[in-house]
Design a protein around this ligand. Sequence first.
Ligand code: T5A
Length: 205
Amino acid sequence: MQRGKFITIDGVEGAGKSTQIDFICSYLAKKNINVILTREPGGTKLGEKIRELLLSIDTKLMDNDTELLLMFAARNEHIKTKIIPALKRGDWVLSDRFTDASYAYQGGGRGLSIERITFLERWVLQDFSPDVTLLLDVPVALGMLRIKSRIRKDRIELETNDFFNRVRDGYIKRSKQFPERIKLIDASQTLKETSQQIKVILQVL
Ligand code: T5A
């Protein structure tokens, strides 16, 4: 049985991940590829409970280290009980966000030490990594404009534009560090143009 491919999609708020996920799923379905759609934080029963804690505005004053550890606790469960078993079955897995988000949000946004994040990454992932990461890049102001009409914002969405600019810088830094895996996509283009950039990447996977 051939191992499935692991694709992750990431980016700042309002970059258009959810919208492009629909495109990717239908593209892969046309190729008769069975894809499991999942997300982080979350993706498992336990992980979804951790997601609630992480995103609820009731936990506004969460310590930054607690936030990082909860992200990795959910990720550990996600990888071991869902992602790796699916890949071993030969299914493809598409995750809405993954470890790069911890580097961008907790590293870039919160200013936590990159060494500490790398330590957790090695502990939880060992040598496991996505086959490809689609990084949807959009100026923060445009992303915010796209989600402006949302009535209820989660704990992280309530952060400042300065925070999200640091997150964006964190993602760009990651893409320069891992240019083979992380594909930078200009998501400020129209939906169709953005999908076209993604299609070109999927065609050679
Ligand atoms: N987090 C996560 C961490 O801090 N650390 C971690 O390790 C991890 C894994 C999770 C939160 O957790 C944080 C990051 C996040 O803050 P989430 O569920 O991923 O949250 O949710 P969001 O990032 O908030 O995702 P959004 O749903 O807000 O953004 P999307 O999915 O990028 O945007 P989408 O597709 O809903 O699009 C937003 C709007 O823009 C329009 C769409 O139609 C929609 O209305 N749009 C476009 N309009 C014009 N042109 C385009 N090209 C467009 N693309 C989308």
